[in-house]
Design a protein around this ligand. Structure first.
Ligand code: ADP
Length: 994
């Protein structure tokens, strides 16, 4: 801080001193310069004065001429003056001006005219500024003689008294009797811009000092005329070369500047400095001023001031730099001193802390050693204690460490129960430098024996010589005792485990025997089950084979239009009974499949509304026959397409509906569907029938379980068992609520994802009802039927022949392959189970021989197991038809696989024709009315209602729909008239709702 202040002071002082010295020297320099210029001005002023004074001598000589000679002729004057002017170039002219009284004017004017100035008269400057003849006055002072190298004509005659500037000088000269100069003025004879002045010297008739006498005796004036340029120019010429500009002022004059050299450019003139000198000229005082230019100043300048300033500043800078460096070094040293001092203080503090820490550590260590529960020792290599702590003394039974140290001089002999342990200790510690967990038995002071564990290390000096051993001792007697106890316990435990293991081995053996027995039993059960399944499959196959012929021929017989109604009914009964038998077999197969875990879902698109209508249709007629009102709820005419297993759902509903109708004698039966949202659908079948006894409710879903109410009503007790398992498979729970005497309610809810609404034909096969279709005209289908059983072979050939196919029948795979290679039919129906090569092998060979694309292969099988059906498809079959064969299924396969069209043959009159149908009275009258008033919307609704009434009215509904489609309303009226009316009570009970 002080250093910085000193630095600032030095710099400020240096600058102040430098500037002060500069200014002082500069002022001396300026004063000297000023003196030089003043002197130069004085020189010039004297030169001018001297020149004018020399001229004054000439003037005086002119005066003397007139004083001495009185009248001087013009000629004489001219001669005198011309001599005088020679050698005085500064003089422009010399003249003589007499004092002329008015009376003398004319005479003098005349005399002048005689002298050659022809028009001579006294003149003055008139009001117009022009020279003109002078007016009359008392006295005149005309320029009478003026010698000026002939340039004087204009001035001759001019009355000086008429001009104030001249008059002032005339009067001064008259009154002072001294030459008197005029103020600067333009001379009358002057033709250029140059100014000049005139010096007058008065001539008196009689000299006197008295003013009045002088005025009275005045006779005239000798005059010397000067042009400033001529007078001053030469005198000032050399100044311009030196760099000095001259100005001469007559400060008393109206136009004070009488001379200015203008030899130097104004910009170069230094106006701050100049030199003055007075010039005394015939009673006037002029001032001569010299202005130096920069070059003059430079020439005069010694530059001492600048040198001093620069030198001073440099010195200051050097001093400041030196001081600054010194200060820097000083502050660096100071900083280092401070740093070092800080370091030293820290070191001192650190050392103090370390000493304190060492002291604390030592006292802690001492405290640890003293208070340690472990014994701590230092022993010499010869076997005595060097130091010990209290804990060690306590462990060994001594009162103090000192007592122990004093008492034990030979550790090996006095302490160790086995003295060789000490040798082992010494060996080990010398080998590896340390021992750890070295366990030994020790005699305490009182002679008792304890176990100790030692950890120790050897301490050597710098030469590697052993100094002492140090370490710790722990009393491990308790642990040793515990270990012994533990070992004993473990031995006991091992013994017990051994005993238990041998016991377990024995029971394991017994278990193995039991498992083997059970496995054998399970294998027996499984083989029994397999035998059961085989039996069931074989039974199904064996029954289906004859049933195929029975049902097939019954279907073909229906084609016969010549049948009598009784015969037709008999055939219908054969068909119904046959189908019932097949259903029974299917049920038995189903339950065995379910139990074998072979059932799986076959998900397709299902029209729920269509499905429920179909199921309802199956039971409607039966209900009508039994005068049992039947209601279907939650089902509309539009399709409701979801993803689900159509067959299983249909089977469940048919079973529930079958039971409801079977067990209800009075009241009603309802089949209902409710959408619970999020694709969840609730199906319900309820009735007002017998109900189920509470005791039977629990086992109602077990196979072959029938309640007491089923007596005399037939059945197998399989339906609900199958239904429950199917519903479970579909993700639902079949629930039964029943009150004996009041009725039953079966319901379940399943999730079925909605599918984009598509119109689905729910009765494709019905298009191919036997007897009503045949191959379209011009369509040719050649088929081969392969079956080892004659009846089946002939039946299928008949079915195909009935619609116009060209059929050939073969009894074995081998013959069929030959026939196919030869005849190249469009389609082959091949039985699966055949002696020799079976159906699958036959198909493989046919495909190998003909190519996959050239023939369609259809498997016919009495096996209804779906996994088998899939294996047929894998073998190359395009379709699989289960036996007993149905005509419509066979025709559907041909149509689908070959893409051929069937057309309806002449339809025989059937009981379903309009004429044989009966309708409830109100439906019939609504139909008639709608037809009459052409209400197509109503007609469509009524036709839908008629269709829902059941299969009996289905054909009528189709007929009516065709009419509505064609707008053939008269035909509808006609049909309505032909339709019979249902009995009155049926009207009331029949409920058909959408
Ligand atoms: P099945 O009807 O062939 O006897 P199911 O398994 O279908 O076999 O029915 C088992 C039994 O449950 C029936 O025998 C009958 O005792 C009882 N049952 C089923 N449905 C009903 C019902 N709607 N009303 C009264 N009892 C019924």
């Amino acid at each position: 801080m002080i250093g910085s202040l000193a630095l600032v002071l030095v710099v400020a002082g240096g600058i102040v001193l430098s500037v002060g010295a500069f200014r002082y020297v500069r002022s001396i320099e300026l004063a000297s310069l000023h003196t030089t210029i003043n002197n130069r001005a004085k020189e010039r002023a004297e030169l001018v004065q001297t020149t004018v004074l020399r001229s004054m001598e000439v003037l005086n000589s002119v005066g003397s001429l007139f004083r001495t000679q009185g009248n001087v002729s013009r000629q004489r004057f001219r001669m005198f003056v011309n001599d005088a002017l020679t050698g005085h170039p500064e003089l422009q002219a010399l003249g003589w001006t007499p004092r002329v009284w008015h009376e003398q004017r004319a005479e003098l004017e005349e005399a002048a005219r005689k002298d050659g100035y022809s028009n001579f008269s006294f003149t003055e400057i008139g009001a117009s500024g022009e020279i003109e003849r002078e007016a009359d006055r008392d006295e005149y002072f005309p320029i009478y003689y003026l010698e000026l190298d002939g340039k004087n004509r204009a001035a001759i005659g001019f009355d000086l008294n008429s001009n104030p500037v001249r008059r002032d000088a005339l009067r001064l000269a008259r009154d002072t009797a001294m030459p008197a100069a005029t103020a600067p003025m333009r001379l009358i004879q002057e033709s250029s811009d140059q100014l000049g002045f005139v010096v007058y010297e008065a001539l008196y008739a009689k000299t006197s000092n008295d003013l009045n006498s002088r005025r009275a005796n005045l006779v005239g004036y000798a005059s010397a005329v000067f042009r400033f340029g001529d007078l001053l120019g030469p005198a000032m010429e050399s100044l311009a070369l030196e760099g000095l500009d001259v100005q001469i002022l007559d400060e008393a004059a109206a136009r004070p500047i009488i001379f200015a050299s203008h030899s130097i450019a104004p910009a170069a003139i230094n106006s701050s400095i100049n030199g003055h000198a007075p010039v005394e000229i015939a009673g006037r005082r002029w001032t001569l001023i010299l202005h130096p230019d920069t070059a003059f100043l430079a020439a005069q300048s010694t530059n001492q001031a600048v040198t001093i300033l620069v030198g001073g500043l440099l010195l200051t800078a050097l001093l400041a730099g030196f001081l600054y460096t010194g200060l820097r070094q000083m502050s660096e040293i100071e900083r280092r001193v401070v740093d070092r001092t800080g370091e030293l203080s820290r070191e001192v503090a650190e050392r103090k802390r370390a000493e304190e820490a060492a002291r604390i550590a030592e006292s802690k260590f001492r405290s640890i050693v003293e208070n340690s529960v472990e014994g701590i020792f230092q022993t010499s290599s010869v076997g005595n204690y060097l130091s010990a702590n209290r804990a060690l003394a306590r462990i060994y039974g001594y009162e103090s460490p000192d007592q122990l140290i004093d008492a034990v001089a030979n550790i090996a002999g006095q302490l160790y129960v086995d003295p060789s342990r000490r040798d082992a200790f010494i060996r080990q510690i010398q080998q590896s430098g340390e021992v750890s967990n070295f366990e030994s038995q020790i005699y305490r002071k009182d002679g008792s024996v304890i176990w100790i564990s030692e950890n120790a290390r050897v301490v050597r000096d710098s030469k590697g010589q052993v100094q002492y051993y140090e370490g710790t001792v722990v009393d491990i007697t308790e642990r040793k005792l515990a270990e012994q106890a533990l070992r004993r316990g473990r031995d006991e435990l091992e013994q017990r485990v051994e005993e238990r293991t041998s016991e377990l081995a024995r029971s394991n053996e017994a278990l193995q025997i039991e498992i083997a027995e059970r496995t054998r039993a399970e294998e027996t059960a499984a083989s029994a089950n397999r035998a059961k399944s085989e039996f069931l499959a074989n039974m199904s196959h064996e029954i289906r084979t004859p049933m195929n012929a029975i049902l097939g021929y019954a279907q073909l017989l229906r084609r016969d239009s010549t049948l009598r109604p009784a015969q037709s009914d008999a055939i219908k009964t054969i068909l119904a009974s046959g189908r019932h038998l097949i259903e029974l077999i299917d049920d038995i197969l189903d339950i065995s499949k379910i139990e074998a875990g072979h059932t799986e879902l076959n998900v397709t698109e299902v029209d729920l509304h269509g499905l429920l209508r179909d199921v309802a249709g199956m039971f409607r007629q039966k209900c009508e026959q039994r005068s049992l009102p039947f209601k279907i709820e939650g089902v509309g005419p539009e399709p409701l397409i979801v993803s689900g297993d159509d067959r299983k759902l249909r089977q469940v509903l048919i079973n529930l509906m079958g039971n409801a109708v079977k067990f209800t004698d009075a009241g009603f039966v309802v089949l209902g569907l409710t959408c619970e949202g999020h694709d969840r659908y609730r199906f319900e079948v309820r009735d007002t029938g017998t109900g189920i006894p509470a005791s039977a409710l629990k086992g109602i879903f077990d196979p072959f379980q029938q309640a007491s109410n089923s007596a005399g009503r037939g059945g197998t007790g399989l339906g609900l068992a199958i239904a429950k398992r199917h519903v479970n498979l579909m993700g639902g729970q079949l629930v039964c609520e029943s009150q004996p005497g009041e009725g039953s309610r079966f319901h379940f809810t399943i999730h079925m994802q909605a599918v984009a609404n598509r119109v689905q034909s729910n009765s494709i096969e019905s298009e191919f009802e036997p007897g009503f279709v045949q191959l379209a005209k011009g369509t040719h289908v050649s088929a081969i039927v392969v079956d080892d059983i004659r009846e089946n072979r002939v039946l299928l050939a008949d079915m195909l022949g009935a619609v116009g196919c060209d059929v050939r029948a073969c009894e074995s795979g081998e013959t069929a392959i030959e026939a196919i290679i030869q005849a190249r039919p469009n389609i082959a129906f091949i039985d699966i189970m055949m002696p020799g090569i079976d159906g699958k092998e036959t198909a493989r060979r046919i495909i190998d021989a003909c190519g996959r694309e050239n023939i369609c292969l259809v498997a016919t099988s009495a096996s209804a197991l779906s996994h088998e059906q899939r294996s047929y498809q894998a073998a190359g079959f395009d379709d699989v038809i289960a036996k007993p064969l149905r005509c419509e299924r066979v025709y559907l396969s041909i149509s689908t696989l070959l893409g051929v069209r069937f057309e309806h043959a002449q339809r025989p009159e059937t009981p379903e024709s309009a004429q044989d149908c009966s309708l409830p009275a109100n439906l019939r009258s609504r139909l008639r009315e709608a037809a009459e008033i052409c209400n197509i919307t109503d007609l469509k609704r009524i036709v839908a209602e008629i269709e829902w009434l059941g299969p009996a009215t289905k054909r009528l509904a189709e007929q009516l729909r065709g009419c509505v489609h064609r707008y053939d309303l008269p035909a509808i009226s006609r049909l309505a008239a032909e339709i019979g009316e249902s009995p009155a009570e049926e009207d009331e009970r029949s409920v058909a709702t959408a």
